[in-house]
Design a binder for this molecule. Structure first.
Ligand code: PLP
Length: 300
């Protein structure tokens, strides 16, 4: 059993985690009609540092709209802060807010159904190995925006991530790289992807059927601040394999290097990745005043 934070938020109330349960007939459980967020909370000296809470709350509010549910980013942000306050965590954790279709109905639709907003938290360290990962090309193709709205973190769409991740692990790799339906590089199972070629940082653009990652956006800003040219455009499979550096980014994954893809090993120096990784680690902990605008501190 994981170490869940003591209180969860359900049906408008903060209640003990063990009492925060929902019915077996919940619509979201059967049809994936939910949308989630994910944020890290870093605990230090009676303070919890939250990274880019505004952007996380905004993305979840937009995801909710795709489920025909209106909830303001302010409501999400305020509830997350209240959740942190009541839990007073003493170690780093992950916050999982979820908008879900709570009606006990069995018709696959979105209209005329009740929705609810819940939050729980769990103690959390590294999701991927900090020394870097190995990846395979997934046999599963990233969905296209015309079949699943990919700008939202819609729960049902994560079956593709689950299939890709398990296939990768069964094949002896840590992670999967999914191509999009046009045969270009999309992303990892729950992380965006970057390559470096001849001093330029390149990542698939937001029209390549990726999730618009908040870490991805932060890395683009950091790279530009470092004077590194950034290109957002389609990436070919062979371009990825011949890159000087490859890395993944995400709230859970943070910024993690890719050591190998299939039978191609990356042995170079990783100058740009190392700089970005160090800056990102500092700002996530709220220790880099240049990026203070991205930090919210809750004193506990
Ligand atoms: C499919 C997918 N891509 C990319 C990301 C990275 O997004 P972020 O940096 O906002 O966590 C995530 C993580 O939430 C994800 O689930």
């Amino acid at each position: 059993m994981k170490n869940f934070l003591r209180y969860a938020y359900l049906k408008g109330k903060m209640i003990p985690f063990n009492d925060a349960n929902i019915s077996v007939a919940t619509h979201a459980l059967h049809y994936g009609t939910a949308a989630f967020g994910g944020m890290r909370g870093i605990v230090k000296d009676k303070n919890v540092t939250l990274f880019r809470i505004r952007e996380h709350a905004h993305r979840l509010s937009q995801s909710a709209r795709l489920l025909l549910y209106e909830i303001s980013p302010e409501k999400i942000e305020d509830t997350i802060k209240e959740f942190v306050l009541i839990n007073r965590p003493n170690t780093d954790f992950y916050i999982r807010p979820l908008i879900y279709t709570s009606s006990l109905e069995f018709s696959p639709r979105l209209h005329d159904l009740e929705k609810d907003f819940l939050i729980y938290g769990v103690e959390f360290g590294d999701y991927l190995k900090s020394e870097g990962v190995t990846c395979c090309f997934s046999s599963w193709i990233r969905q296209q925006d015309s079949s699943v709205p990919l700008r939202g973190k819609i729960s049902g769409s994560y079956i593709t991530s689950c299939l890709a991740k398990s296939e990768a692990v069964e094949r002896g790799f840590d992670e999967a790289i999914l191509m999009n339906s046009r045969g270009k590089v999309a992303e990892g199972s729950a992380m965006n992807i970057f390559i470096v070629k001849s001093g330029r940082l390149i990542t698939p653009s937001i029209n390549e059927d990726i999730l618009e990652g908040i870490t991805r956006d932060s890395i683009i800003v950091i790279a530009r601040d470092l004077g590194v040219p950034v290109e957002e455009r389609p990436i070919d499979r062979s371009e990825l394999l011949l890159a000087d550096e490859v890395f993944l980014s995400g709230t859970a994954a943070k910024v993690v290097g890719v050591n190998k893809i299939e039978n191609y090993t990356f042995k170079g120096e990783r100058l740009i990745f190392n700089k970005i990784k160090d800056i990102f680690a500092g700002l996530l902990a709220g220790e880099d005043s240049r990026y203070d605008k991205w930090i919210t501190r809750v004193s506990i």
